[in-house]
Design a protein around this ligand. Structure first.
Ligand code: GLC
Length: 819
């Protein structure tokens, strides 16, 4: 069953059946303000921090599932009938009213047609503004003049999410509202500068600042008493709950249209007046849309693929790029699942995100990498969850206003608790950062970055290169009795706590980091260190293969008491995705074992909806293995199709040259291909979700937790770098596609260090991998550029294309023939 379609020309997903089984969301804003909105205008707004600086309220995990939001009610004053431009909250029967929602890149539009009135409400946060703009157009399509009243409604939140949800004895008496000069001012009295405003580009005919005056006792957003009555009462108050409602009365002749613009922003009267002035001419708002479109078009143009599969083109060129970028911007801060309360950066999540969109957002990725470098301890482990501002150098701190200062309400954590000890360290966190830094240098060519100096979280400082060494040394030292890296509090799998045991995944991640660091050492001419790492790599290769091979796949680790996890000998959790994917992708497994491990994943973990994390799922609590054994089978980390590590397997398959299988996996997880199976999937088909219920669960195939997941970034990275196979080297662009044999080829436009590469790959022999010939600007490139993979960096001797770095601004045509 389908509820909508992809509009490729407009880069929008169009929902034409709005009675969805769950919320389908979008993210507005590309700087510091963000609105999470769904298909019926439910959602919330925050500035910088959804936890400490929430602007509008959201009743998470509630019924109905998506209240309140950014609502516009239209009332026909002839008979008092009213509706909302978004289907909810009024919820007119769908056979009487027609509703459409368009989620686009940083713009969402609600459209409706009801009894001869056509209306639309377009939401966006323009670049450079700290305001959510509601752009409303109402057209009278009926053949008579209509007498209408239009009401806006948003509910303000107390800024700090915990005090917005519990113990109101303080907050209820600290928030106030007032109205002057067409502006509703919301004031958090206890907070210095804690103002928000709501205003419009027209002179209102009425206002309501007090929430309960707007809604009425025992009414809801579906039938607010003030809309029923057709008149706002002009309420405002010191204390209580507040809202933003402005009334406009209209007489619309047949065929006539009106455009009303509303501004919900950060700041007081001055800011409200300034933005009203800025958009006095609505054409300025149209320019703001163009700037947002250009912002995304620029990114899209840096890697644009045209392949035989629309599910690759539409997702990679638009939606997966968008999801990955949003995660770099807003990490895992805000969704309808994470309703604030998770501000700050998760070390491992951010370290992975920062690697995924360097080509389209080098500055944003570098910023994240620097924040992570500063949150690394001098011992070499990362602070698992941190606020970047904690670790800013003093000179930068002064200029940064804290998002919130109120010691009585939200105490700032003491300095001593910001840097946690080893007991709270996760074993994988910082290991992700090493390859991300290398990727950054390769993509940008900014090798001097390695010499930049950054502080450690617990004092002292060192170059980026030194930070990288510390990370490696920490993991080399923190090993258990078997010589495998300790699991510590957890590894990538939050629920595998290993009770003091060892993690195969972390050892493979260390292996990958060692390879990346060695490559870097070679590049910068640090020969002594490179030789040392080479020895380490050799030892690790032997050790990991001796200890972790289980016959048909690799173990997942050992418990604190030395029991194996992820072995045939176990009844439950026999095989796990993560260690096997990384055994191959890191390069630690030889060809034969890599093939066996990947075949085992295929036989035991693959499903039509993607690859499960482990099987059989755990059913018996076992605290030595961890919390994973207490999660219901088929959900979350216990045997679900956890999306984030799926692209690890696609990448590993590509490394082995199996394009057919890599694409089969891509297709099974890809939301695009589930557009017509929403009765199973439930969630939106334009974003990857954190997990899909696995085989052992009654909701098998249902997707949960959209947008805020590392899967967007990893899917983007795996497809661009391994499947389409265009990835940066230190001094070259590597072309190494691994595609389904039946593809005739594909085309890519790729920006690299300022030059544009127009690449056409043809596949006359229907192979999955291997570059036979490369022509640049019509000239055949000599054999030297067609040499086989460097030993130790990939499997097999398949040939790859090596394209030189060209001057910024140049355009070059690259023909690649596979065979
Ligand atoms: C969540 C966490 C991530 C973790 C994953 C698996 O997505 O954000 O850090 O790696 O779950 O447990």
């Amino acid at each position: 069953m389908r509820y909508g379609h992809f509009d490729e020309d407009k880069n929008e997903y169009v929902i034409d059946r709005v009675d969805l089984p769950t919320s389908w969301t979008n993210y507005l804003g590309v700087e510091e303000m963000c609105a999470v909105v769904n298909h019926t205008a439910g959602g919330y707004l925050f500035y910088r921090s959804p936890e400490y600086h929430r602007i509008t309220r959201f009743r998470g995990n509630s019924i109905p599932m998506d209240r309140p939001g950014d609502y516009i009610y239209i009332r026909d004053n002839e008979d008092g009938d009213y509706f909302s431009i978004s289907w909810q909250p009024v919820g007119k029967p769908l056979d009487e009213a027609k509703y459409t929602t368009r989620h686009g890149m940083s713009i969402t539009t609600y459209e409706c047609e009801y009894r001869g009135i056509c209306a639309s409400e377009k939401l966006c946060i323009p670049i450079g503004d700290k305001a959510l703009i509601w752009d409303v157009v109402i057209t009278n399509k009926s053949d008579r003049t209509r007498n209408l009243s239009v009401f806006s409604y948003a509910e303000f939140s107390f800024h700090h999410v915990p005090i917005d949800n519990q113990n109101f004895q303080m907050s209820l008496y600290c928030a106030g509202s007032e109205y002057n000069d067409g502006i509703i001012l919301y004031d958090l009295f206890y907070e210095e500068g804690g103002y928000q405003y709501f205003t419009s580009d027209f002179e209102p005919d009425g206002f309501e600042c007090v929430r309960d005056a707007f809604i009425g006792t025992y009414n809801t957003e579906s039938n607010p008493v003030s809309v029923e009555r057709g008149r706002l009462s002009g309420s405002f108050e010191k204390g209580g709950n507040h809202c933003a409602s402005l009334q406009k009365n209209l007489e619309l002749k047949s065929g006539e249209s009106v455009r009303l613009i509303y501004f919900l922003g950060e700041g007081g009267y001055d800011e409200a007046r300034a933005i009203r002035e800025k958009y006095k001419d609505p054409a300025k708002l149209d320019e703001a849309y163009d700037r947002l479109r250009k912002f995304w078009r620029d990114k899209q143009s840096r890697f644009a693929v045209h392949s035989p599969e629309k599910g690759i083109d539409t997702m990679i060129n638009t939606w997966t790029l968008y999801q990955a970028e949003i995660n770099v911007m807003f990490s895992r801060f805000a969704s309808f699942i994470e309703v604030g309360g998770r501000t700050g950066l998760g070390y491992r999540d951010t370290a992975q995100d920062a690697m995924t969109v360097i080509a389209t957002n080098p500055a944003g990725c570098k910023k994240r990498i620097v924040e992570l470098l500063r949150a690394l301890t001098s011992r070499g482990y990362g602070i698992h969850l941190f606020e970047p501002r904690w670790f800013l150098p003093d000179e930068e701190k002064e200029n940064k206003k804290k998002p919130f200062k109120s010691p009585t309400v939200i105490p700032e954590p003491p300095e001593s608790s910001k840097v946690h000890g080893l007991a709270d360290a996760c074993s994988d966190d910082a290991l992700w950062l090493v390859p991300s830094i290398v990727e950054y240098v390769k993509e940008t060519g900014d090798v001097h970055f390695l010499e930049e100096n950054y502080g450690y979280a617990d004092g002292g400082s060192g170059s980026v290169y030194e930070h990288m060494k510390k990370i490696i040394l920490f993991s080399l030292k923190e090993v258990g009795d078997n010589g495998i890296c300790k699991g510590l509090r957890a590894d990538w799998n939050d629920c595998l706590n290993l009770g003091g045991g060892e993690s195969a995944l972390v050892s493979f991640l260390l292996y990958r980091a060692l390879i990346a660091l060695r490559e870097t050492a070679d590049y910068v001419g640090d020969n002594t260190f490179s030789a040392e790492i080479a020895e380490e790599i050799e030892e690790e290769t032997k050790k990991l293969n001796d200890i972790l091979w289980d016959g048909d796949w690799y173990l997942r680790g050992f418990t604190g008491s030395g029991r194996k996890i992820g072995t045939k000998e176990n009844k439950e959790g026999q095989i796990h995705l993560e260690s096997n994917a990384w055994a191959v992708l890191s390069g630690a497994a030889d060809n034969e074992r890599a093939k066996k491990a990947l075949d085992s994943i295929h036989d035991r973990l693959a499903t039509p909806y993607g690859i499960m994390l482990n099987a059989p799922a755990f059913t018996e609590p076992d605290d030595e293995v961890g919390f994973v054994t207490r999660v219901y089978p088929g959900l979350k980390e216990n045997g679900s199709i956890f999306s984030h590590p799926n692209p690890w397997v696609w990448s590993a398959e590509c490394r082995m040259g199996n394009g057919d299988r890599a694409f089969e996996y891509y297709r099974s997880l890809c939301p695009y291909y589930q557009n017509d199976e929403i009765e199973t999937r439930w969630a939106e088909p334009y974003s990857y979700c954190q997990f899909i219920s696995g085989r052992d669960h009654t909701t098998y195939g249902r997707a949960h937790h959209p947008f805020m997941t590392g899967s967007g970034g990893w899917a983007y990275f795996a497809v661009t770098h391994y499947l389409i196979g265009i990835r940066p080297g230190f001094d070259e662009l590597i072309i190494d596609p691994c595609i389904p044999g039946k593809w005739d080829g594909f085309e890519v436009t790729r920006s690299f260090r300022g030059a544009i590469y127009k690449i056409r790959v043809s596949n006359p022999d229907q192979v999955q991998t291997g570059v036979k010939q490369v022509l640049i600007d019509g000239q055949k490139v000599g054999d030297g550029d067609l040499s086989g993979q460097k030993k130790g960096t990939a499997y097999g001797e398949r040939k790859i294309g090596r394209i030189p770095v060209f001057g910024s601004g140049e355009v070059h045509y690259v023909e690649v023939i596979l065979g």
